[in-house]
Design a protein around this ligand. Structure first.
Ligand SMILES: [Zn+2]
Length: 245
C-alpha cells in the first residue's frame, strides 16, 4: 500500500521591495509574501531640495536594500507616496515636498531598481491595503484607513477590495476642506483636514493653547499625545480639534 504523499511544500515566496515616501522620511523594506519584513532602512526626506536632491534619498534607500541577500529575489517594487499621486502617469506631487511636481517616480525607481516592475499608490491606500491584509481591518468588507503624519492621507476598502481609484488617491481626505474660511493650506485650499489634523498642526495648536515641551524640547505631535494622555488641557484640545476635523 503506497504511503500517503506529504503535502507539497509551499513554494518559496518571492519578496518585493516596498518604498514609503513621506515628507519627513523615506523608508524602504524587503517584504515576503506573508508580510514578513526581511530588511528595512530609512533616510530623512530632504524636502527642501530640488527634484534630484529628493530622489537622491530614494536612491540611497534602494541602494541600502540592494545590500540585503534578499534583494536579488525581489520581483517588483511597490511605492506608497505622500499625495497627491498620479498612478496612471506614474508621477507624484507631494504637497509637503515642493521640489517634486509631476515627478516621474515610477520611471526613475524602475531604472534604479534594475528594470523591476513598479506599482505606485498613495501612502494612505498602501497603509489601508496593509491593514486589510494583516492588521486592524482584517476580515472587514469596508474600511477607511487614515494616516496622520506630516500630512493626512487615507485609503478605502469597499466590498472587500482595495479601491485606489484611477489615480491612486481615492480616500485621500487630507485636502477636503472642513472650514471654508480656515487657514490657507499648502495645496491652495483653505481649512483642509490636514491643516487642522496633521502631526505638525496638532503640535502647533497645542503650543498656541499654552502647552510647552518638556526639558527634552520635544515639540512633536507624539509629545503632545503623551501630554494629552496625562490630561494637559491644551494637548487634549489639540487632539479633539484634529478628531473633529
Ligand atoms: Zn490642503
Amino acid at each position: 500500500m503506497p504511503m500517503p504523499t506529504a503535502p507539497a511544500p509551499r513554494p518559496a515566496s518571492a519578496p518585493v521591495a516596498a518604498l514609503d515616501i513621506g515628507g519627513t522620511k523615506i523608508a524602504g523594506a524587503l517584504v515576503d509574501a506573508d508580510g514578513r519584513i526581511l530588511a528595512r532602512t530609512q533616510r530623512p526626506t530632504p524636502a527642501g531640495e530640488d527634484a534630484e536632491g529628493v530622489f537622491g534619498a530614494v536612491g540611497a534607500v534602494l541602494d541600502a536594500l540592494a545590500t540585503s541577500p534578499a534583494w536579488a529575489a525581489a520581483e517588483a517594487v511597490g511605492i506608497g507616496s505622500a499625495g497627491p499621486v498620479d498612478a496612471a502617469r506614474g508621477t507624484v506631487s507631494p504637497v509637503n515636498v515642493p521640489g517634486w511636481r509631476g515627478f516621474p517616480l515610477v520611471e526613475r525607481v524602475g531604472e534604479h531598481a534594475g528594470g523591476r516592475p513598479v506599482t505606485l499608490v498613495g501612502d494612505g491606500v498602501a497603509m489601508t491595503a496593509a491593514e486589510h491584509w494583516l492588521g486592524a481591518a482584517r476580515g472587514h468588507a469596508d474600511a477607511l484607513g487614515l494616516v496622520v503624519s506630516t500630512g493626512v492621507g487615507g485609503g478605502l476598502v469597499l466590498g472587500g477590495r482595495l479601491h485606489p481609484g484611477p489615480t491612486g488617491n481615492a480616500g485621500h481626505i487630507g485636502h477636503l476642506s472642513v472650514d471654508l474660511d480656515g487657514d490657507p493650506c499648502a495645496c491652495g485650499g483653505r481649512g483642509c483636514v490636514e491643516r487642522l489634523a496633521s502631526g505638525p498642526h496638532i503640535a502647533r495648536h497645542a503650543l498656541d493653547g499654552g502647552w510647552r515641551p518638556g526639558p527634552d524640547g520635544d515639540a512633536s505631535a507624539a509629545a503632545v499625545a503623551e501630554a494629552a494622555r496625562a490630561g494637559h488641557p491644551a494637548a487634549v484640545a489639540a487632539f479633539e480639534r484634529a478628531a473633529r476635523a
